[in-house]
Design a protein around this ligand. Structure first.
Ligand code: NA7
Length: 545
């Protein structure tokens, strides 16, 4: 589109990652004209930006794949149980090519603002590169972990060495050989990168604020048992994933911890530890682990015991043991040699709970006890999760001139995690209020996209031009989310799920904790009951359900 002109489409999609690509494909097939606006220079989303050493998926890649086209499934073979970032990025490029998606993507184009035009019943999106877009429907497919947190530590600008963020790792790579390196943060990105950085560094100092639970990935080829299940009946395997709690086809565990003896529990745990599978350990050991503090504490003890056996220095081992949150309440990590890395002579852990960082200086990092001279600082400090990328389009102005930031001032409110009252024809993929980040994202993304595109098609065919959640439905969803959150332990941890990792962010458990299968049923029930909770308008009339 020429600069100055307005690009007119039926649907504008923001983001060309896992969600945006599938949206483009489905929208096109459904006959909608569409454009995707993507800040990056190519497709990939998360996998475009997070190129730090060791970046991998931590859901088995046979599960973290598109399932909408059986031919695509057999056209691509993953080389490992947990694919690396470059392989996943190649896969997404392969998908973009296979369905010829790039021709509808405007790269290096950031959406700066969005405004609902009530008279025209269209959204107008401003961009920082080229023509604005006018669209009937506006869909944010911007991911949950896309807006990196700023450093939050005084003095970063004074630092004379190099600074990198795991979530914005330079594409040309970084030579870390022989350098004195600091890594700040021990979430998934820190835990994946620390072992590889340690191999290159002259010296690595890890600055840890909160220890996290990590389990060995035991990476390698995709396990035979999972592969034969998939290949035995691909359709059934995929369907089980869609109906499951976490988007991975494991059965619902029914045995509870107190039905098992100590020895039986230990045997279950050892088996899980040996499997190297987060979803398995989170769902298959005993049923009360995710919902009951005592059932959960048994697993925490067993993992802490593992840390003691791996890490030789008792003080370091003690510092690495999480005590402040239930297992699974904060996103646990999959690692390759993470704990053993602390046995290397060139690696030291600094426990920020005992000596907080005071500042960053020209030469390095100063805590309230010591100073550390380093050449490189790596921030693995995470993201303004779930709402950060949505709110980065600012303002998003809905009906009556209301801005989304104002509406969400006390925390995000949505209906089904997909829509917001007062914002007609606006949708989010994996938004707050959806199960997204508590699930295999691939399965949640496909469900959200299918639901939205099916609705847009049905509305168009019935002559409706707007769809908007009612305030009542939104309040009801908020209540249901709150009720579900009382049934799991997620509320008991300060995490990016609750906004606690971002200073000043409202504290609210953002993902839907009721599970992927139940969520899907609810979305289907909404349709089955005549779009319950939505107001529809258009030439076809008006309806409020
Ligand atoms: P996470 O999981 O949010 O981890 C960030 C880490 O950085 C975590 O250990 C934080 O400690 C730490 N952190 C954040 N801010 C600071 C400051 N200011 N000072 C010291 N330490 C800090 O992000 P990741 O990128 O690792 O992983 C995100 C998700 O990607 C992951 O869960 C997977 O789903 C994939 P804290 O715990 O806040 O005390």
């Amino acid at each position: 589109a020429a600069s100055g002109a307005i690009q007119q489409v039926d649907v504008a999609v923001v983001g060309a990652g896992f969600a945006g690509l599938y949206l483009l494909h489905r929208l096109r097939k459904a006959g909608f004209s569409t454009v995707a606006l993507e800040e990056a220079g190519d497709v990939g989303g998360t996998w475009y930006w997070n190129r730090y050493p060791g970046a991998r998926c931590d859901i088995q890649t046979i599960d973290y794949s598109y399932t909408f086209d059986p031919e695509l499934e057999t056209a691509w073979t993953w080389s490992e149980k947990y694919a690396t970032q470059p392989e996943i990025l190649r896969y997404l490029g392969f998908v973009a090519d296979r369905y010829d998606l790039r021709r509808d993507i405007r790269f290096k184009t950031k959406v700066t603002e969005a405004k609902w035009d009530e008279a025209a019943e269209r959204w107008r999106l401003g961009t920082d590169n080229g023509a604005p877009v006018s669209c009937r429907y506006y869909i944010m497919a911007t991911g949950c972990l896309s807006a990196p947190k700023p450093p939050e530590i005084d003095g970063v600008k004074d630092f004379q060495g190099a600074v990198y963020f795991t979530g914005r790792w330079p594409h040309e790579g970084v030579n870390l050989a022989g350098k004195r390196i600091a890594v700040i943060g021990t979430g998934s990105s820190g835990i994946q990168s620390i072992p590889l950085i340690a191999e290159q560094a002259a010296h690595l100092t890890v600055f840890q604020r909160t220890p996290n639970f990590a389990l060995p990935a035991h990476n390698g080829p995709a396990p035979d048992d999972r592969m034969s299940l998939l290949q035995g009946d691909r359709a059934a395997y995929r369907e089980q994933a869609r109906q499951s709690m976490a988007g991975v086809p494991y059965p619902q565990q029914t045995a509870v911890s107190w039905q098992l003896s100590d020895a039986e529990r230990r045997a279950c745990f050892e088996e899980a530890w040996g499997k190297g599978d987060l979803v398995y350990i989170l769902t298959q050991l005993w049923a009360d682990q995710a919902v009951d503090f005592d059932g959960n504490a048994l697993i925490c003890d067993l993992i802490r015991e593992k840390i003691t056996t791996i890490v030789k220095d008792p003080e370091t081992a003690a510092a690495l043991m999480p005590h402040d949150h239930p297992f699974g309440a904060k996103r646990p990590c999959l690692d390759t040699n993470y704990y053993a890395t602390y046995n290397r002579p060139n690696v030291k852990l600094v426990n920020l709970r005992q000596e907080p960082i005071k500042a960053i200086t020209a030469g390095g990092i100063v805590t309230d006890k010591r100073s550390f001279d380093v050449d490189v600082i790596v921030f693995a400090t995470g993201f303004d999760a779930m709402t950060g990328a949505i709110r980065a389009v600012h303002p998003i102005t809905g009906r009556g001139g209301k801005s989304l930031s104002d509406v969400w001032a006390q925390g995000p409110q949505t209906y089904l995690g997909l829509t917001v009252a007062g914002f007609p024809n606006f949708f989010m993929i994996t938004g707050p209020g959806s199960p997204s980040v508590l699930s295999n994202m691939a399965v949640s993304i496909e469900q959200h996209v299918d639901w939205i595109v099916d609705r847009l098609t049905a509305l168009r065919d019935a002559g409706f031009s707007t769809i908007e959640a009612t305030e009542t439905a939104q309040a009801g969803w908020g209540q249901h989310m709150a009720d579900c959150s009382m049934l799991t332990l997620h509320r008991l941890a300060n995490t990016w799920y609750t906004g606690a990792n971002v200073p000043g962010k409202v504290h609210a458990l953002m993902p839907y904790t009721g599970g992927v299968g139940p969520y899907r049923s609810i979305c289907d029930e909404v349709v089955g009951r005549g779009m319950l909770g939505f107001r529809l308008t258009g030439a076809g009339g008006a309806a409020q359900c």
